[in-house]
Design a protein. Structure first.
Lengths: 354, 306
């Protein structure tokens, strides 16, 4: 009779992995379309609105780029942690703290020139985000506490800190009671590229991606981190400083998310307000996994998932689809990509057994 | 705080702790088999909406409560498919389930915001409810709370005194040995995932059928994550889970009352209390026992047979 065997692949799939990813994304799209139909929205029309809304005009593409910037930086950070198998779910909170740090700098020194103020804001954002990433790492290494739950709880706490500041001591007296800080001075704002609406954060992303790639490919520490990520026990046996590595990746991870927070506060809304917290930190996790933790693919995936957000906004406006639909799509994407990983790692073989 | 305020606070504590208790018990069942399901938040909120919709359509809260459990099991089955069948990473799969579940529930639930559905109301048990102090706290609650007075016992009995419970635990500690001993790892893990998901769904349904008779977006507000933490705090034991759930119920009730009385503490800081407490509780639980109380094979997929 026929016998189905599942065998681990010896040689990697290479370019065919792309096919698996595409297949997964197509399945995710299909399942999402089914859910559109469930609520009475015509699925084909919905998918069209989604794509046209995301990529169908110059303004839409620019919006995708604008949203991709924070997603990209958060995801770059998340990928660094994931590489070491540290589950940093706290990108959302680290992003928040980065925005808070940058805001503090901007509100405290509004009259400084931009060339001084902006780097100071970035530094503060990176420090604040890095601190928010360091705390779960510290608890993990020194007290064996699960970093998933700690970093997640700190997301909730971070948003509440932001609320506290924005409703309280940092509230703009001229804002008619809306919770927001005063607008940043011009020196504290990252400008737009030329005549587009995309800010220079895009350039920051490219530079940081390059730095991260160089760090992991050409430095000793980067190599050691990769070694630890592949096999923690072997790396420890070889004498690699695991605890320091954990601290390093979580601080870097938090700092990158913090940089994203700085950009969102400075370039996109020019102030601090609760509405900057839209879940970029969680989308970053989906992106990192979709991109197999590779910086170049993270760029592509960030753009795609930013496009998803823009498309869902259009779905909301045109077809009255609730905003939560974006979460459905992200969830399906992550699940299908996870399941698809099976076909990348294993192959089937049909044999005849007597 | 005066005496007259303590009794209502403790009664509210029991109510607040009940959904978390259901979810924690469900998570314990699943994790005992070696499967880490971080999707509790997503499964809970799906259960909450399912219970609410079922109550709206059938008018029968008991049936709705049961159907919500089934919905929770169905949601959890996604995690089973991705991890047990497709060898997906359990941590990421659970996260994805939370994202999907929350999105799904908020998406479908938008049409139901502002409506109310038939649900459960407190029923004072005759004689018992008149016991001083304990009576109003323990015996003037809705039937779903009364269920939680016996369910942890039943689960404890199931896990530690039946053959099936032993199978689940064996599969969670050493799946290879269990398999060599003739147990089907996949079957026990599927049972634990579905059974755990059932209780997680019940926990969510408590919120929309008893705690309130409404549906609101993001109804669970992180309780699923607290349940995940409580499993660790409970050292994977049902009895201690009860203590942990009521501890959090107490904090949440206290925080509500402090907000209502308009203390000097800003509301944002008060709202942080459950999340801060989760971290503190987690640190102390993990520090004391490390990972030794966890099922040894927790979070690790069993590779498909060659």
């Amino acid at each position: 009779m026929l016998h189905l065997r599942i065998i681990k692949r010896q040689d990697p799939l290479g370019w065919r992995s792309c096919l698996v990813i595409f297949g997964a994304l197509a399945l995710a799209l299909f399942l999402s379309a089914l859910l559109l139909a469930l609520r009475g929205t015509p699925p084909l029309e919905g998918i069209l609105v989604l794509f046209k809304g995301a990529f169908g005009s110059r303004w839409a593409i620019e919006d995708c780029l604008i949203k991709a910037i924070p997603i990209f930086l958060c995801s770059l950070g998340v990928a660094i942690a994931f590489r070491l198998q540290i589950w940093n779910i706290g990108a959302e909170g680290q992003f928040c703290l980065g925005a808070i740090g940058a805001t503090w700098m901007a509100l405290s020194f509004p009259n400084q020139p931009a060339w001084l103020l902006l780097p100071a804001m970035i530094a503060m954002a990176a420090i604040a985000g890095g601190l928010w990433g360091f705390i779960p790492a510290l608890l993990r290494q020194k007290m064996q506490t699960n970093e998933i739950i700690v970093s997640l709880m700190m997301n909730y706490i971070a948003i509440l800190i932001l609320d506290y500041l924005v409703y309280g001591v940092w509230k703009d007296p001229t804002s008619f009671g809306f919770p927001m800080t005063p607008a940043f001075s011009d020196a504290a704002i990252v400008g737009k590229i030329g005549a587009t609406s995309v800010n220079w954060g895009l350039f920051h992303c490219m530079v940081l991606a390059l730095i991260v790639w160089i760090f992991f490919s050409f430095t000793k520490t980067g190599y050691e981190l990769k070694a630890s990520g592949d096999n923690v026990k072997a790396a420890r046996y070889a004498g690699l400083p695991y605890t320091k590595q954990v601290f390093l990746v979580m601080i870097l991870s938090g700092a990158l998310a913090g940089w994203a927070g700085f950009l969102e506060a400075s370039a996109t809304v020019n102030r601090l307000q609760p509405s900057i917290m839209v879940g970029y930190g969680y989308t970053a996790i989906v992106v990192a996994w979709l991109a197999s933790l590779n910086p170049f693919y993270i760029g592509i995936a960030s753009f795609l998932l930013a496009g998803l957000r823009v498309g869902v906004e259009n779905l909301q406006l045109d077809l009255q689809v609730p905003a939560a639909f974006g979460g459905i799509m992200e969830g399906f994407i992550l699940l299908t990509v996870l399941a698809g990983g099976f076909f990348i790692s294993y192959r089937f073989s049909l044999t005849r057994k007597k | 705080m005066t005496f007259e305020l303590i009794i209502p606070l403790l009664a509210a504590t029991v109510q607040s702790g009940t959904p978390i208790l259901y979810a924690t018990l469900g998570a314990i069942i699943t994790e005992k088999s070696g499967v880490l399901n971080l999707g509790v938040e997503g499964v809970m909120i799906v259960g909450a909406l399912a219970g609410f919709i079922a109550a709206t359509f059938t008018g029968n809260p008991v049936l709705a409560f049961f159907l919500a459990g089934l919905a929770g099991a169905a949601a959890a089955s996604i995690h089973g498919i991705v991890c047990l069948v497709f060898q997906g990473n359990q941590v990421v799969s659970g996260l994805a389930l939370t994202i999907l579940g929350t999105g799904f529930a908020n998406y479908l639930g938008t049409s139901y915001v502002g409506q109310s559905a038939p649900g459960f109301s407190p029923y004072a048990i005759p004689y018992l409810a008149e016991i001083p102090w304990l009576g109003p706290i323990l015996f003037n609650q809705d039937p779903l709370v009364y269920l939680t007075y016996i369910i942890p016992l039943l689960i404890w009995f199931f896990l530690f005194s039946t053959r099936y419970g032993l199978g689940i635990r064996a599969v969670g500690e050493n799946p290879a040995a269990a398999k060599a001993g003739g147990l089907s790892v996949g079957l026990y893990r599927w049972g634990a995932i579905l059974g755990g998901g059932f209780f997680m769904g019940l926990g969510g349904a408590y919120l929309s059928l008893a705690y309130t008779h409404l549906w609101t977006n993001n109804m669970t507000a992180g309780r699923g994550w607290i349940a995940v933490a409580l499993v660790i705090f409970a050292f994977w034991r049902p009895g201690r889970a009860v203590f942990g759930a009521y501890l959090f119920g107490g904090i949440m009730s206290l925080q509500l009352r402090l907000q209502a009385t308009g203390t000097m503490l800003p509301s944002s800081l008060l709202l942080m209390l459950p999340y801060l407490l989760t971290i503190i509780v987690l640190v102390f639980s993990s520090w004391k026992s490390g990972k030794s109380a966890a099922p040894a094979a927790l979070g690790v997929n069993m590779k498909p047979a060659e």
